[in-house]
Design a binder for this molecule. Structure first.
Ligand code: B12
Ligand code: SF4
Length: 268
């Protein structure tokens, strides 16, 4: 495949391959220090990461892609839209929701009527990590055949994904910290391929938020403490998925029927 490794040609083929695999966007950024590395460190220092200690453990690498792959030249950023229509409530009586969430406790608490709970949209289908990893492996293979070396990540890797995605022009930073795209809103997953191959970078997107504060106003627990700052310790996504201990008493009534994640700052 070296015969087709001229860089413009390689880019066209890669974008076409990403589309074929079902990605909605495929864009490029230089493998550089993420723009908001300092804000990330401040966020850790404030304790906003809660019990997610893994974020502090590899903070140095997270703030420098060249510590992951020393001769990395490009971050290829991919986005996959997961919007599936209006919100459903899930019957939790059977003990396991459609997303596989164990819910016996909730069922026992609300025995009088059929208990229902809301699950964030991103968890309605198959585990996105597995789904996207398979697609990344195909792109990795293509890039290997062009003599590249790669590291592929979706969610769990040591990268400030939204910073790289913003630089690649996938979208802009919303005040909720969600990355927004004009076509897909907030409803997309991100994935990155760090590669030793050179690709011309894309241009960053303009920020269209203006004075709008709908996402901040919509947050049931006041987790968006300032524009671009989420205190995970108050975020329902953290409280219902990441937190190992019990949910603080004062936040329980604010969580309502959200049993796995939260979409309130993503809507609208
Ligand atoms: C830890 C984590 C969480 C934590 C903390 C969230 C947070 N806001 O920090 C918890 C468990 C709460 C969480 C919740 C959710 N998460 Co999450 N999460 C992550 C993870 C693993 C790391 C994020 C991180 O580094 N946070 C630290 C803060 C400082 O960074 P940040 O949130 O990315 O914020 C950036 C911007 O705010 C910007 N920034 C900071 N200051 C400033 C100032 C200005 C002026 C500007 C312009 C920008 C700016 O720079 C920061 C660094 O890039 C990423 C995957 C990854 N490896 O990046 C997924 C990720 C961010 N999560 C994702 C999703 C889908 C969610 C949920 C929607 C799930 C749900 N429905 O319940 C919610 C949304 C909550 C929210 N408002 O963020 C997606 C987001 C996709 C997108 N379109 O933005 C990601 C990218 C996973 C993926 N691969 O798709 N998540
Ligand atoms: S996901 Fe829900 S709780 Fe977390 S910041 Fe957004 S609206 Fe607030």
């Amino acid at each position: 495949m070296n015969g087709r490794s001229g860089s413009a040609d390689r880019r066209t083929q890669l974008v076409a391959l990403a589309r074929e695999l079902g990605f909605d966007l495929c864009r490029f950024a230089k493998a550089e220090t993420p723009e908001h590395a300092a804000e990330f460190r401040d966020w850790l220092d404030r304790g906003d990461a809660g019990e997610m200690n893994y974020l502090a453990r590899n903070a140095e690498r997270r703030c420098d892609p060249r510590q992951i792959l020393s001769d990395a030249k490009t971050v290829i950023v991919l986005a996959l839209n997961y919007f599936q229509g209006a919100h459903k409530t899930h019957n939790v009586e059977a003990g396991v929701s459609p997303a596989g969430v164990a819910t016996e406790m909730i069922a026992a608490d609300t025995a009088a009527t059929t208990p229902t709970g809301r699950i964030a949209r991103y968890a309605w289908g198959e585990d996105y990590h597995k789904l996207i990893e398979k697609k990344l492996a195909v792109i990795d293979q293509f890039l290997c055949e062009c003599d590249g070396r790669q590291k592929c990540y979706v969610d769990t890797g040591p990268m400030l994904e939204r910073d790289h995605a913003a630089r690649a022009g996938i979208g802009w930073h919303g005040k909720s910290t969600m990355l927004l795209n004009r076509q897909f809103g907030t409803w997309f997953f991100l994935a990155e391929i760090l590669t030793t191959l050179e690709f011309a970078p894309d241009i960053a997107e303009k920020n269209y938020c203006g004075r709008c504060t709908r996402c901040i106003d919509a947050c049931p627990t006041g987790a968006i403490t300032a524009p671009h700052q989420v205190d995970a310790r108050r975020c329902i996504s953290y409280l219902t998925i990441e937190l190992k201990g019990s949910i603080p008493n004062e936040l329980r009534p604010l969580i309502g029927d959200r049993i796995y994640g939260c979409d309130d700052c993503l809507d609208g």
